[in-house]
Design a protein around this ligand. Structure first.
Ligand SMILES: [Fe+2]
Ligand SMILES: [Fe+2]
Length: 359
C-alpha cells in the first residue's frame, strides 16, 4: 500500500524520512563504551588476527567509485520507472543510507571512546567501510537532487541506548541479514540483467562481502565471550532473531513493487534470505528459528496485516484513528509474543567460528 503523505520528492522529504523513527525504520545507537573497552578477544586470537589482516588488506578500497556513465544510466533508467516503483526505490535508498550511516556513527563513537587496541582497530575498519557504503548511496540520491546532509542527520536523529550485548545481537544480525539480502538480489540480476533498473546493483556482491565480514567480527566477539550465548541470554537471542526477521517481512511486504520489479516475490525472497541467515547464524547462536513451523509463516502474515491496519489508523488520525492504531498495535504485539513461543531448533556451535560468504 502506498501513501501520498510519504512521498519523497525533495531534499526535505528525504531528510525527514531519514530522521524519522518508527518501529520499522533504521535507528541510531549509543552504548556502554567502558564495557565495550573490556571485551577480550584472546580466546579467538588466531581467527581474530586473520580477520584483521583481511581488513587491513582492504580488497574493496577501489570498489566504491563511480564512473562517468553511472549517473547517466541511473537517471535514464529511473525516468522510465512507474511512479510507485520510483518512490519505493527512493525509500530503499534513504533507509539503506540511514542504516549504513547508523553503523558508521556507532563504530566511530566506539572507536573514539575505547583504548583496547583490538576493539579500537576493528571499529576503525568497520567505520571506514560503512562510510564508503553510505557515501555511495548518498551519491545515488544526489543524482536525483535528493542528497542527505549526513552531518545534520548525525546531530538531529534520536539515539537509542543499547547495552553492549544487545548491540552484539542486533548488529551481528543486521550485518548478516544485510549480506543475505544483497547477495540474493545480486544473484537475481546476474540471471536477469534485463531487469536491473539501477546500476548500483552491480556493486552489491563486493559490497555485501564487507557486511559479511562485519558480521564475522561480532561473531568472534560473542564466541570469545560465551556467557553472551548461554543461559537467559538465549531468550534474548530468540527475541532479536524474531524481531529482525519480522521487521524485514513487514517492511518488504509494505513495498512489494521493489521486489516485484526485480522479478522476486516478497515472501519467497524473504524466506530465502531467512534460510541463508539461519545457516550463517549457526556459527554463533545456540538456537535457530523454525522457518518451516506452520505457525511461523501464518503469523508473519498476521503481523503484516496488523501493521497495515495500524498504518491506516495513523493516516486517519483523530480519536478513532488513534484507537484503531492502538488496537492493531496491541494485536500485533500479541502475534509477536505467540511467535516467540514457537519452538526453536537447537544448534551445536562449530569449533571454527569463521565462515566464507559462499551464497
Ligand atoms: Fe555497510
Ligand atoms: Fe556493515
Amino acid at each position: 500500500m502506498h501513501h501520498a503523505g510519504h512521498e519523497i520528492s525533495s531534499v526535505e522529504d528525504a531528510a525527514r524520512k531519514a530522521v524519522t523513527d518508527n518501529l520499522f525504520s533504521p535507528r541510531f545507537y549509543t552504548t556502554d563504551y567502558v564495557a565495550m573497552n573490556a571485551i577480550d578477544v584472546g580466546p579467538v586470537r588466531a581467527e581474530w588476527d586473520a580477520m584483521m589482516a583481511e581488513y587491513e588488506g582492504d580488497n574493496n578500497h577501489d570498489h566504491f567509485q563511480r564512473d562517468t556513465a553511472f549517473a547517466d544510466e541511473a537517471r535514464e533508467l529511473f525516468a522510465k520507472l512507474p511512479h510507485e516503483l520510483q518512490q519505493e526505490f527512493l525509500d530503499f535508498l534513504v533507509s539503506s543510507l540511514t542504516s549504513e550511516f547508523s553503523g558508521c556513527v556507532l563504530y566511530n563513537e566506539i572507536k573514539r571512546n575505547v583504548s583496547n587496541p583490538d576493539i579500537k582497530k576493528l571499529m576503525e575498519y568497520m567505520a571506514r567501510d560503512e562510510s564508503r557504503h553510505a557515501g555511495f548511496l548518498n551519491s545515488s540520491l544526489k543524482d536525483y537532487g535528493l542528497g542527505i546532509d549526513l552531518g545534520n542527520l548525525k546531530r538531529t536523529k534520536r539515539y537509542t541506548y543499547f547495552k553492549p550485548k544487545y548491540i552484539m545481537y542486533a548488529t551481528y544480525l543486521s550485518e548478516k541479514i544485510g549480506y543475505a539480502r544483497y547477495i540474493r538480489i545480486f544473484r537475481q540480476f546476474e540471471q536477469h540483467p534485463e531487469k536491473r533498473f539501477h546500476p548500483i546493483f552491480r556493486w552489491f556482491q563486493r559490497w555485501c562481502n564487507d557486511e559479511f565480514r562485519h558480521g564475522e567480527s561480532f561473531a568472534l566477539m560473542m564466541r570469545a565471550n560465551p556467557k553472551l550465548l548461554q543461559g537467559h541470554n538465549v531468550l534474548w537471542i530468540r527475541f532479536f532473531l524474531l524481531a529482525v526477521y519480522a521487521t524485514m517481512y513487514v517492511r518488504d511486504h509494505t513495498r512489494p513493487a521493489l521486489k516485484q520489479a526485480m522479478g522476486l516475490q516478497p515472501t519467497d525472497y524473504d524466506f530465502e534470505v531467512f534460510r541463508i541467515c539461519n545457516e550463517i547464524t549457526k556459527q554463533v547462536f545456540p538456537v535457530v528459528l523454525d522457518l518451516d513451523h506452520p505457525a511461523f509463516h501464518a503469523n508473519l502474515d498476521r503481523l503484516f496485516h496488523c501493521s497495515q491496519r495500524m498504518d491506516e489508523g495513523k493516516q486517519a488520525g483523530g480519536l478513532l484513528g488513534g484507537l484503531k492504531r492502538a488496537f492493531w498495535g496491541a494485536a500485533g504485539a500479541a502475534v509477536f509474543v505467540r511467535m516467540y513461543f514457537i519452538p526453536v531448533q537447537r544448534n551445536e556451535l562449530p569449533a571454527q567460528v569463521r565462515m566464507q560468504p559462499a551464497w
